[in-house]
Design a protein around this ligand. Structure first.
Ligand code: GRF
Length: 203
């Protein structure tokens, strides 16, 4: 299974995927890493791992559709079968989501459907909830929406600030993103309406 990973920055989730696919029994490989920011640190991580990289700068295009056509062309040129958003900071239009329907997944640092959007950890702390977490889901046109593949919960601690909570959630992200990709690549996921059925039981 050939993966395309879309990033905009640090790329720690990309690194978790790079590390996971290095295992001989992992059922997928990263065919290309694409960033809309040419200086994204994640591009250096990819190059260090010998993975093809590509920059598609949204500022070079007159419309979102043209930008996304360039993304799709770069992904298709590498034979990508599953697109993984990993800190990709551009909203995607219906056209792109339809083009990659059920082959486009995202990681979000909350227990969706709670706390969509930006500043997730600030939202979590302001709400006073006792558990935070992260979600890998199939992408649908609405932001941070779509059938849930894997989630992990972590406790919120009394003395947490945004950074401490983010670090705890991020460690869980690095566990579940490779797990979700493995489930997909093993053909264990079936989307039924708003739900994902995992063959062989939930994880
Ligand atoms: C992660 O928290 C991810 O959940 C969110 O953006 C952040 C990206 O971090 N979508 P990184 O670039 O993978 O380190």
């Amino acid at each position: 299974m050939r993966l395309g990973v879309l990033i905009s920055g640090r790329g720690s989730n990309l690194q978790a995927l790079i590390d996971a696919v290095a295992a001989a029994d992992f059922p997928a490989e990263i065919a290309v890493v694409i960033s809309n920011e040419s200086d994204a640190y994640g591009l250096q991580r990819a190059r260090a791992a010998g993975i093809a990289t590509h920059t598609v700068d949204h500022r070079d295009f007159a419309s979102r559709a043209a930008f996304e056509d360039a993304l799709t062309a770069a992904l298709a040129a590498r034979g990508v079968e599953l697109v993984c958003l990993a800190g990709f900071m551009r909203l995607l239009t219906d056209g792109f989501v339809q083009r990659w329907w059920d082959r486009l997944i995202n990681i979000h640092p909350s227990l969706l459907p709670a706390f969509r959007g930006l500043h997730t950890h600030r939202q979590v702390l302001a709400a006073g909830v006792r558990f935070a977490g992260c979600t890998v889901h199939f992408v649908r046109p609405a932001m941070d929406d779509g059938p849930i593949i894997v989630q992990a919960a972590v406790p919120v601690q009394a003395d947490d600030d945004e950074d401490r909570l983010a670090a705890r959630v991020l460690a869980a992200e690095h566990q579940i993103y490779p797990l979700a990709v493995r489930l997909f690549a093993d053909g264990r996921l079936r989307v039924e309406g708003a739900r994902v059925i995992v063959r062989g039981g939930d994880v």
